[in-house]
Design a protein around this ligand. Structure first.
Ligand SMILES: [Zn+2]
Length: 98
């Protein structure tokens, strides 16, 4: 079905636990999840990317990162131990070269 577009998967982690993982192609309308209650970290997941839209952390680096849309990009809230990353959904085989 996809015409050459890379299929992306969004992975949301709290500490090192994956709390949310979904293929972007399965997101029909934006989904907002709360990744951390202490800092009220709100992550918005869209069909074309993901963004930390709100956090009560001090540095707000996570919010300033803005929307991530490409494989390998990540938005991280260090104080809340939350990370949002995009990865290729087709890369099931992690090949270690070297
Ligand atoms: Zn933050």
């Amino acid at each position: 079905m996809s015409g050459g577009e890379e299929n992306l998967r969004v992975v949301v982690r709290k500490d090192s636990d994956i709390i949310y993982s979904k293929s972007l192609s399965d997101i029909k309308s934006p989904i907002e999840i709360c990744a951390d209650e202490e800092y009220n970290v709100k992550v918005l997941l869209m069909s074309d990317g993901a963004e930390i839209v709100h956090s009560e952390c001090v540095d707000r680096i996570c919010v300033n990162t803005g929307k991530i849309t490409h494989s390998g990009q990540a938005a991280v809230c260090l104080p809340a131990h939350v990370s949002v990353e995009l990865r290729g959904d087709n890369s099931e085989i992690d090949v270690m070269v070297g």
